[in-house]
Design a protein around this ligand. Structure first.
Ligand code: PLP
Length: 382
C-alpha cells in the first residue's frame, strides 16, 4: 500500500512512537498528576516532557501555556467559543476547515457576526481585503496556516501584524503545518495557536491542543477534576489546569512526545525539504499529463505538501476508488471537510482527489502514482 493521505493522519509513524505508546500502556499508564505513587509520577513526567517539547517547538519557554485536548477541532472550539461574546464580529477565510467554519456558524445563533473573506482560485488570501473587513466590533481573526485542500499557505506573520495594529485577537490553526514548518510564537503575533497530534507531529490520534499567549482571557469549555486545588468547587485559573479537566490521553501524549523527539532529531527543516522535494517532483510530473487538472498554487514557496487534482470530468470518488482498488494507493476524494475551499477553487460539485505527502513517502512511490494517474486518464482502468 502506498499511503498518500497524510493530511488526514500521517502513517506510518516513526517506530519510536509505537514503542512509546506500548511502553506507556504496559509499564506506567497510571493517572498523571493525581496520585503520588511512582507510576502516577512517571505518567506525569511524560506528560510534562511532551508539554516541554511542544513549548520548544513553538518557540516559547512557557510550557504551562501548552494545553492538551483531543485534537485540533477540540482546541478550535475552545478558542473560538471561549473568546467570543454577543455582539462580536469575527473574520475568517474561505479556505478554512469545518472545525473553524462550523463553530462560527453555530455562534451566529448567539448574535455573533462573522465575515468569510473569499480567497483567490488558488486559495490565496488578499491581505488588503482582510483588513478592509475589520469593523469597530471586530474581535478576532482566525485562519489556517495551510489549506487542507490545496496546501495554500496563509501569510500568518502579516495577518498577525494586522491583528496587532488593529488590536484584534489572532487564532491560527496549524493542523496542516505543525511539525513541518517552523512556528515561533515569539516571531508571530498569535494569541491562540491550535495543533493536532496525529498529522505532522507524528503522534497517535486522540491528542491535540493549543498554545495560549499569557494573559489572553479565554473561558474554559468544561470544569472538573484537575488534581489541583481539590478543596475548591471553583475551577482553578492556573494553566494548564484551567483547560485540562479530567484524565488525559496519557498513551497518546506519550506517543506524541516520541513523535516530537523524532522530529527534533531529524530536524524540521530536513523534514520539510524532503516533503517539498517529493511534492514538487509530483507537480512537475503532473504538468506533463493531459486531462489532469491541478488546483492550488503549484509552487512550494506557497504551499504545504498537499495536492488536489481531478481527471477530466470523473468524480473524485471514482478516481480515488480506482487508485485504492487497482493500484493500492490511498488518497482522499470529496470535499475534505472544507466546502467553502472547494467553492473557492471551483470543485464544489466534483470534489477533488487529494494527495498529501509525509516524511516516509519516496520518489518511487510518486512514480507509481503518476503511472496510475496516466492509466486512469487514458481510460485503461475501469
Ligand atoms: C486545516 C485543518 N484544520 C483542522 C483540522 C481538524 O483536525 P482534527 O481532525 O485533528 O481535529 C484538520 C483536519 O484535517 C485540518 O486539515
Amino acid at each position: 500500500m502506498i499511503y498518500f493521505d497524510n493530511a488526514a493522519t500521517t502513517y506510518p509513524k516513526p517506530e519510536v512512537v509505537y514503542q512509546a505508546v506500548n511502553k506507556c500502556m504496559r509499564e506506567y499508564c497510571a493517572n498523571p498528576g493525581r496520585s503520588g505513587h511512582k507510576l502516577s509520577m512517571e505518567a506525569g513526567r511524560v506528560v510534562l516532557e511532551a508539554r516541554e517539547l511542544l513549548a520548544e517547538l513553538f518557540g516559547t519557554k512557557r510550557s504551562d501555556n501548552i494545553i492538551f485536548g483531543l485534537n485540533a477541532t477540540d482546541a478550535l472550539n475552545t478558542a473560538i467559543k471561549g473568546l467570543s461574546n454577543k455582539g462580536d464580529h469575527i473574520i475568517t477565510t474561505s479556505m478554512e476547515h469545518n472545525s473553524v467554519l462550523r463553530p462560527l456558524k453555530q455562534l451566529e445563533s448567539q448574535e455573533i457576526e462573522t465575515t468569510i473573506v473569499r480567497c483567490s482560485e488558488t486559495g490565496e488570501l488578499n491581505l488588503a481585503e482582510l483588513e478592509a473587513n475589520i469593523k469597530s466590533n471586530t474581535k478576532m481573526i482566525i485562519t489556517t496556516h495551510a489549506s487542507n485542500v490545496t496546501g495554500t499557505l496563509m501569510p500568518i506573520k502579516e495577518i498577525g501584524e494586522i491583528a496587532r495594529r488593529r488590536k484584534l485577537l489572532y487564532i491560527i490553526d496549524t493542523a496542516q503545518t505543525a511539525g513541518t514548518y517552523k512556528l515561533n510564537v515569539s516571531d508571530i503575533n498569535v494569541d491562540v495557536l491550535t495543533f493536532t497530534g496525529h498529522k505532522g507531529l507524528m503522534g497517535p490520534q486522540g491528542v491535540g491542543g493549543f498554545y495560549i499567549r499569557e494573559g489572553v482571557a479565554l473561558r474554559q469549555m468544561r470544569e472538573g477534576g484537575t488534581g489541583s486545588s481539590s478543596d475548591s468547587l471553583i475551577q482553578p485559573e492556573i494553566l494548564p489546569d484551567k483547560f485540562e479537566s479530567g484524565t488525559p490521553n496519557t498513551p497518546g501524549i506519550a506517543g506524541l512526545a516520541a513523535g516530537l523527539k523524532f522530529i527534533k532529531e531529524i530536524g524540521i527543516e530536513q523534514i520539510r525539504k524532503h516533503e517539498e522535494e517529493i511534492t514538487s517532483y509530483f507537480l512537475k510530473q503532473l504538468s506533463e499529463i493531459d486531462d489532469i487538472m491541478v488546483y492550488g498554487p503549484q509552487n512550494m514557496l506557497k504551499q504545504a505538501p498537499v495536492v488536489a487534482l481531478n481527471i477530466k470530468t470523473k468524480t473524485s470518488a471514482e478516481v480515488s476508488f480506482i487508485l485504492d482498488n487497482q493500484f493500492d494507493i490511498a488518497t482522499r476524494p470529496g470535499l475534505h471537510c472544507a466546502p467553502l475551499a472547494h467553492q473557492t477553487i471551483g470543485t464544489k460539485g466534483q470534489g477533488a482527489v487529494r494527495f498529501s505527502f509525509g516524511y516516509f513517502n519516496t520518489v518511487d512511490e510518486i512514480d507509481e502514482a503518476i503511472r496510475a494517474l496516466k492509466a486512469i486518464a487514458k481510460e485503461e482502468c475501469f
